[in-house]
Design a protein around this ligand. Sequence first.
Ligand code: NAI
Length: 318
Amino acid sequence: MTSELRFDNRVVIVSGAGGGLGKAYSLFFASRGAKVVVNDLGSGLKGEGSSSSAADIVVDEIKKAGGQAVADYHNVLEGDKIVETAIKAFGRVDVIINNAGILRDKSFKSMTDKDWDDVLNVHLRGAYLITKAAWPFMRKQKFGRVVMTSSAAGIYGNFGQANYAAAKQALVGLSNSLAQEGAKYGITSNAIAPLAASRMTATVMPPEILEALKPELIAPLVAYLTHESTTQSGGLFEIGAGKITAHRWEATEGVVFKADDSFTPAAVKARFDEIDNFDRKGLFYPTSMKDTDWLGKLELAKGLSTNVKGAELRFDGK
Ligand code: NAI
């Protein structure tokens, strides 16, 4: 048997932890010795209303089992206050699980600005604000673990979820950037796309499928990714029903056009099947902007000096 990964003396913030996945994570972390900030506004599925009872019930359960936890009832849009709760109660913050979420599913045609803003705010801005408030503490202590909750809808898009999918894909970009900026401070960030039974999925899946999708089956990955021994960062993992897959980008070999008058839409059309051909040799798997090798391609097209290629790409005019 592998030895248990424990979280003694680690302080974990779980947003949206009053039910579903967040509750499962909180119970798991507490059972492994972590001090847990159980954040939940106690709102409805669409973000309506609020109640302190959701977080309280989870904290009671943790305490009854001998664990340590405090409830926090702030909206994730007050991320600094959630981090303040952690600092006041436990003196530090080590792990952030950005998990709070709501749905406002509508076809794009019927989606209102409010449907768009509310969903983007809770998922994306909420994750940004909590992580931003914790960042200085993590940098100072040279340790931090961040998990962003994406979704298959964010990776692939989904009918009726333009707002949700946009937020969930944005969280992957946020996570990947934080992975790069946090690296020299011992801070990692990863994104997960879970599938689990909760009130969010209760209306769209039959009971026999939901039975196999217990939220507890997501916790082992989240705990692995946030353990102090784990250096994995900048990853995206789909997980559900006990199966975990890692995701990466795949690019075709591409086509280099001559940078002259011959580079026309018709020229693109003529070679589009080649550009889009994922079946032939030459596929590659970029993991950073440098890997996309577009400067290298540009060099072929324009005869630029090769010493540009290895340089760090900057977009601030330097
Ligand atoms: P859930 O609805 O049971 O849990 C979300 C929690 O977030 C609720 O307890 C809610 O009160 C809380 N919350 C909502 N707005 C908040 C706010 N402004 N501030 C603080 N708390 C707030 O849903 P579930 O399924 O547990 O979802 C957790 C996360 O996983 C969400 O981000 C969701 O989008 C994501 N996800 C879930 C999937 C699933 O299969 N259940 C699939 C893909 C992603």
